[in-house]
Design a protein around this ligand. Structure first.
Ligand SMILES: [Zn+2]
Ligand SMILES: [Zn+2]
Length: 206
């Protein structure tokens, strides 16, 4: 392959981006685990097949529930199965109709999943925006309540001060009245005393 051809060559995932586990939608090109083609034409990763082994290379398909033979996807596959993953289905010697039907079915399944995920993402984004708006509203309400509380606290403080002032004034008045009363009593006392002194001296005693 020339350098120019190498530059134009697509990465391997370009040809196999549609190959995915039909159960968990893990992608084949990420090479995270082994993938199998089942005789029911479903593709599954080894993680999804775990626990479904019936006998050597025979699994119960999690999608159609058929007991089927499985073949690991890779270069060691038999030619009649390997051609299903060929990047150019119309190449000579291939059953183009069979290959295209297989690949289209898997592409459609993959795109449908992408669409579901995209609409789910859109829904999450809508919920996030809604939650953000609610949070902003709650924050604004809190701020308003905080201002209102501050205002009421200042008002309460002012009322307490005024009340203290009124109390002080009235206690001053009370003490001045009582001191006036005391003076009056004392004057009366003096008068009485004087009178009694007079009595003691018996000024009328002729
Ligand atoms: Zn899987
Ligand atoms: Zn199946």
């Amino acid at each position: 392959m020339s350098d120019q051809q190498k530059q134009n060559a697509h990465p391997p995932e370009f040809y196999t981006f549609w190959v995915h586990c039909n159960i968990c939608y893990r992608m084949y090109f990420k090479k995270e685990c082994r993938f199998f083609l089942l005789a029911c034409n479903h593709v599954a990763c080894e993680i999804c097949l775990e626990g479904h082994l019936q006998q050597t290379d025979v699994y119960k398909c999690n999608l159609c529930l058929k007991i089927t033979k499985a073949c690991e996807i890779g270069n060691a596959m038999p030619a009649n199965l390997k051609e299903l993953f060929h990047p150019e289905p119309f190449s000579d010697g291939l059953n183009a109709f069979r290959v295209m039907a297989f690949q289209n079915k898997h592409r459609q399944r993959y795109f449908a999943h992408q669409e579901t995920m995209a609409s789910r993402l859109e829904e999450y984004q809508r919920l996030c925006t809604e939650a953000k708006t609610n949070c902003q509203k709650l924050y604004q309400d809190c701020e308003n309540f905080r201002h209102e509380r501050k205002h009421l606290e200042n008002r309460a403080k002012l009322i307490r001060q005024q009340r203290r002032q009124i109390d002080d004034n009235s206690s001053n008045k009370t003490s001045s009245v009582s001191s006036e009363n005391t003076s009056a009593s004392s004057l009366a006392g003096t008068a009485i005393t004087s009178f009694s002194n007079l009595s003691q001296g018996n000024p009328f005693d002729l």
